[in-house]
Design a protein around this ligand. Sequence first.
Ligand code: HEC
Ligand code: HEC
Ligand code: HEC
Ligand code: HEC
Ligand code: HEC
Ligand code: HEC
Ligand code: HEC
Ligand code: HEC
Length: 211
Amino acid sequence: MQRKGIVLSGLTKTILPVSILVFLLACVSVSPADEGDSYSQNVEKMGEGLTTLDCARCHYEIFMSIKNGQGAHRIECRECHETFHSFQHGLRYEDVLPKCMTCHDTPHGESEQMTACKTCHTVPHAPLASLELKTLEPFCADCHVDPGARIAAGRVDHARLKCILCHSDKHGYVPTCQECHGTPHSEELTEGFTGCLDCHGNPHDLSLATD
Ligand code: HEC
Ligand code: HEC
Ligand code: HEC
Ligand code: HEC
Ligand code: HEC
Ligand code: HEC
Ligand code: HEC
Ligand code: HEC
C-alpha cells in the first residue's frame, strides 16, 4: 500500500509540471500580441472594385433606404456614383455627388422651385417614398393648374378647405364625397344618377361648366 502511494505521488510530480508547460505553450501560440499584428495575417487582393453589396456594408442605412424605398432607384450604386471617395484638393463634396438633372432633366419645368429637386424628393435614394404632403402643399396648384384655379376662384365653401384636407393620407389619394357628407339626399332624388358629380359637377367649384 505504501509503495503504491509513493508511485502515485511520483507520477503526479512529473505529470503536473508537464501539463502546466503544455498549457503555457498553448497560451503563447495564440497570444494577443500575435493576433493584433495585422502584418502577420494573409490578405487577398480585392477584385474589380467595390460592388453594391460591398458599399452596403458601410453605407448600411442608404442601402436599406433603397431596398425599402420600393422605387426605380434600385440600381447599382456605381451606376449613379461614378466618382466617390475621391479626396482631391479643390473638389467640393457637392461636385462628387450625382445630380438628379443629369439623368432626369427637368420633368416639372424649368422654374427655380421645380429644379430644386430635393425640396420635395427629400431622400435621393427613395425619391417617391420620401414625398410628404406637408412639403408638397405650397406647390399643389403649380402642378395641378385646373383644380388650383377652381379652388382659387372661391365660388363655393370647398374653397375654404386646404387641398390636403380632402386629398389626405398620401399624395394622389382621392376621397369620395360620402366620406364627409354621408348620404345627404333621399333615394328618390338621386335615383337614376351614377354619382354626386352628375349634379354637382366639378369637385373643386361644384360647377357643371367645364372651363
Ligand atoms: C445616374 C442616373 C440617375 C440619377 C443621378 C438620379 N436618377 Fe432618378 N431614376 C434613374 C433611373 C434609371 C430611374 C428608373 C427609370 C425611370 O423612371 O426613368 C429613375 C427613377 C426616378 C423616379 C421614379 C421613381 C419610381 O420609383 O418610379 C424618381 C421620382 C426619381 N428617379 C427622382 C430622382 C431624384 C429626385 C434624383 C436626385 C436626388 C434622381 N432621381 C437622380 C436614374 C437616376
Ligand atoms: C439613382 C441614383 C443613385 C443610386 C442608385 C445611389 N445613389 Fe447615392 N446618391 C445619389 C444622389 C443624387 C445623391 C446626392 C444627393 C444630394 O445632392 O445630396 C446621393 C448621395 C449619396 C451619399 C452622400 C450623401 C448621403 O446621403 O449620405 C452617399 C454616401 C451615397 N449616396 C451612397 C450610395 C450607396 C452606398 C448606394 C448604393 C447602395 C447609392 N448611393 C446608390 C444617387 C444615387
Ligand atoms: C469600408 C467602408 C466603406 C465602403 C466599403 C464604402 N464606403 Fe463610401 N464612405 C465611407 C466613409 C467612412 C465615408 C465618409 C463619411 C460618410 O460620408 O459616411 C464615405 C463617403 C462616401 C460618399 C460621400 C462623398 C464622397 O465621395 O466622399 C459617397 C458618395 C460614397 N461613400 C459612396 C460609396 C459607394 C458608391 C461605395 C461602393 C462602391 C462605397 N461608398 C463604399 C465608407 C465606405
Ligand atoms: C414641388 C415638389 C417637387 C419638386 C421640386 C420636384 N418634384 Fe419630382 N415629383 C413630385 C411629385 C409630387 C411627383 C409625382 C409623384 C407621383 O407620380 O405620385 C414627382 C414625380 C417625379 C418623377 C417621376 C416621373 C413621372 O412623371 O412619373 C421624376 C423622375 C421626378 N419627379 C424627378 C424630379 C427631378 C429630377 C426634380 C428636380 C429637377 C424634381 N422631380 C423636382 C414633386 C416634386
Ligand atoms: C411636381 C408636381 C406635383 C406636385 C407639386 C403635386 N402633384 Fe399631384 N400629381 C402629380 C403627378 C405627376 C401625378 C400623377 C399623374 C396624374 O395623374 O396627373 C399626380 C397625381 C395626383 C392626384 C391623383 C390624380 C388622379 O387622377 O388620380 C391627386 C389627387 C393629386 N396629385 C393631388 C395633389 C395635391 C393635393 C398636391 C399638393 C399637396 C399635389 N398633388 C402636388 C404632380 C404633382
Ligand atoms: C372638398 C374636397 C376637395 C378639395 C378641397 C380639393 N379636392 Fe381635389 N378632388 C376632390 C374629389 C372628391 C376629387 C375626385 C372627383 C372625382 O371623383 O372625379 C378630386 C380630384 C382631384 C384631382 C384629379 C382630377 C382632376 O381634376 O385633375 C386632382 C389633381 C385634384 N383633385 C387636386 C386638387 C388640388 C390641387 C386641390 C387644392 C388646390 C384640391 N384638389 C382640393 C376633392 C377635393
Ligand atoms: C374632406 C371633406 C369633404 C369632401 C371629401 C367633400 N366635401 Fe363637400 N363640403 C365639405 C365642407 C367642410 C363643406 C362646407 C359646408 C359644411 O361645413 O358642411 C362642404 C360643402 C359642400 C357643398 C355646399 C357648397 C356650398 O358652397 O354651399 C356641396 C354641394 C358639397 N360640399 C358637395 C360635395 C361633393 C359633391 C363632394 C364630392 C365631389 C364633396 N362635397 C366632397 C367637405 C367635404
Ligand atoms: C340629382 C342631382 C343630385 C345628386 C345626384 C346629388 N345632389 Fe347634392 N344637391 C343637389 C341639389 C339640387 C342641391 C341643392 C339643394 C338645396 O339647395 O337645398 C344639393 C345640395 C347638396 C349639398 C348641400 C346641402 C346643404 O344642406 O346645403 C350637399 C353637401 C350635397 N348636395 C352633397 C351631395 C353628395 C355627397 C351627393 C352624392 C352622394 C349628392 N349631393 C348627389 C342635387 C344632387
